[in-house]
Design a protein around this ligand. Structure first.
Ligand SMILES: [Zn+2]
Ligand SMILES: [Zn+2]
Length: 171
């Protein structure tokens, strides 16, 4: 969504949704955004400073870091960023979108495209080690079976083996 600062009195509620297909270029194949990203962002103007705050939400399919099964994650995030005008205006590249100050960005002219910020906010909030359930048992390191689905005997076998070694050591 593109907002025009000259049209904002004091604040503006940017409400909308961003297509999931916008995320099709994401390199991390362990996650996929499956619903549009719904957002309701409050844009406020204080002289030149612009703040954008508000919740966003989408559903993604993501791979569990323990059992490697895909599961559905309802991602909720809260955007809270500031934008200040860029004085000198070299071409804005993606890398330059962000200033050194965390959460302070630049804008140029009268328009701000909120989509890149929404995009980034979603990616920032993807869990680094997602788990399908808190008590996911993961994969057996020995036989590779998904222990949520099937209990294997590897754990028991290893213990027995250890017991045998200990016994022979003690003898
Ligand atoms: Zn899992
Ligand atoms: Zn096993």
């Amino acid at each position: 969504m593109i907002i025009r600062l000259s049209e904002i009195e004091e604040l503006f509620i940017a409400r909308g949704s961003m297509e999931a297909s916008r995320f099709s270029e994401v390199e991390d194949k362990s996650m996929r955004v499956v619903t549009p990203v719904d957002y309701e962002l409050t844009v406020r103007k204080f002289d030149n400073l612009v703040t954008v705050q508000g919740p966003l939400e989408c559903t993604m399919s993501i791979t569990c870091s323990r059992c490697l099964d895909d599961f559905t994650l309802n991602l909720k995030a809260f955007m809270d960023i500031k934008l200040t005008p860029r004085i000198k205006t070299p071409r804005l590249s993606e890398a330059e979108l962000k200033s050194e100050d965390l959460d302070v960005y630049y804008y140029e002219g009268d328009e701000i495209d909120l989509d890149p910020f929404i995009y980034e906010e979603v990616l920032l909030n993807v869990p680094i080690r997602p788990v399908c359930t808190e008590d996911c048992k993961g994969l057996c390191p020995v036989c590779g079976k998904n222990k949520n689905v099937e209990e294997c005997q590897c754990g028991a076998a290893t213990q027995t083996l250890l017991g045998e070694k200990l016994k022979s050591f003690l003898n």
